[in-house]
Design a protein around this ligand. Structure first.
Ligand code: NAP
Length: 300
């Protein structure tokens, strides 16, 4: 008998690494459970969520394309889910006022996942750093929330569609109020940034360079060459583990990070919400290893 019932909703779910991640966490924490894939169309969401809650499912991850749509189906939303404008984790809690029913709680663990993936040496320097975020989609919103929460004071967005920044800039005001931040936020068209020498940290939140389009990069080599030697580059992409952007940055001697730790930490944060207890930090290296191996299979 399996005790813990978990899963993921999205469409398609062919390449998701979450089942492997959570199976490993359960295995290593000696928890008897299952993590199932539920590929769903939009019009199946409401009914299926109700059904899964009644079947005793404890929680779900939510992925593309349902992260925004499920917000309207939740009984309760965390402050992070509201700020990120997306839910990636659902917790089914028993409804004490109506026995047999469930309350659906929507969370966003991409914010904490990104924050926990940053090394303490970088977090400590965030207030002094001038940061560049490339892209302004869903993950950029989570990254922005995390950076404001962690004390960043200067952030520039490099985007190809500046008109899409209007909403994000206005939502950033709510993020700043929430975390009592004075962070200055600017926007710049990416193509018109030949010189990046003022930035000590660059975070790519676009899919540019993601497998199978691995020979593309959101920055040219000549742009990378203008970055200061102490700068770091963080690419949210984890497939491949080293994008062209990271490879060129590393060849310039810059510190580089891929999106694997963010992926792992957002999963760990989800699991901690479902189980209400911490996942031991000692699991991190084996989770990295397992996911890297699994990705190799998918790419091959
Ligand atoms: P999204 O909501 O679709 O946003 C993508 C952003 O990238 C948009 O601002 C888009 O601009 C921009 N963009 C796309 N193609 C571009 C190009 N050729 N040149 C310049 N900008 C471009 O996607 P997302 O959910 O944020 O995900 C983005 C990436 O982050 C994906 O690779 C995903 O796998 C990764 N990710 C990783 C994690 C993790 O845990 N490591 C978590 C979330 C996401 P327009 O608005 O102009 O289209």
């Amino acid at each position: 008998m399996k005790n813990l019932k978990l899963g993921i909703i999205g469409q398609p779910l062919t390449h998701t690494l979450s089942p492997i991640l959570h199976a490993q966490i359960m295995h290593q924490m000696d928890i008897d459970g299952v993590y199932c894939k539920y590929p769903l169309e939009h019009d199946q969401l409401r009914e299926t969520l109700q059904q899964l809650g009644q079947e005793g499912v404890r929680g779900l991850n939510v992925t593309i394309p349902h992260k925004v749509a499920v917000m309207g189906l939740m009984d309760w939303l965390s402050i992070e889910a509201r700020l990120a404008g997306a839910v990636n984790t659902i917790v089914f809690d028993p409804d004490t006022s109506q026995p047999g029913n469930c309350q659906t709680k929507g969370h966003n663990t991409d914010i904490a996942g990104f924050a926990r993936s940053l090394p303490p040496a970088i977090v400590n320097r965030l207030p002094q750093m001038n940061l560049l975020i490339i892209g302004a989609g869903g993950s950029a919103r989570a990254v922005l929330t995390a950076l404001i929460q962690q004390g960043a004071t200067q952030i520039t967005f490099a985007v190809r569609s500046p008109e899409k920044m209007v909403r994000l800039i206005s939502d950033a005001e709510i993020m700043k109020q929430t975390f009592n931040s004075q962070c200055q936020i600017k926007t710049s068209p990416l193509l018109f940034m030949p010189n990046l020498n003022e930035f000590e940290g660059v975070i790519n939140t676009t899919p540019v360079g993601m497998w199978p389009h691995t020979d593309s990069s959101p920055l040219s080599l000549s742009q990378i060459e203008t970055l200061p030697k102490k700068a770091f580059i963080y690419d949210l992409i984890y497939r491949p583990t080293e994008t062209q952007l990271l490879s060129q940055a590393r060849s310039q001697g810059l510190q580089t990070f891929n999106g694997l730790d963010m992926l792992i930490y957002q999963g760990i944060c989800s699991f901690e919400l479902w189980q209400d207890r911490p996942v031991p930090a000692s699991l991190l290296s084996s989770l990295r290893q397992q996911l890297t191996q699994a990705m190799q299979h998918i790419i091959d």
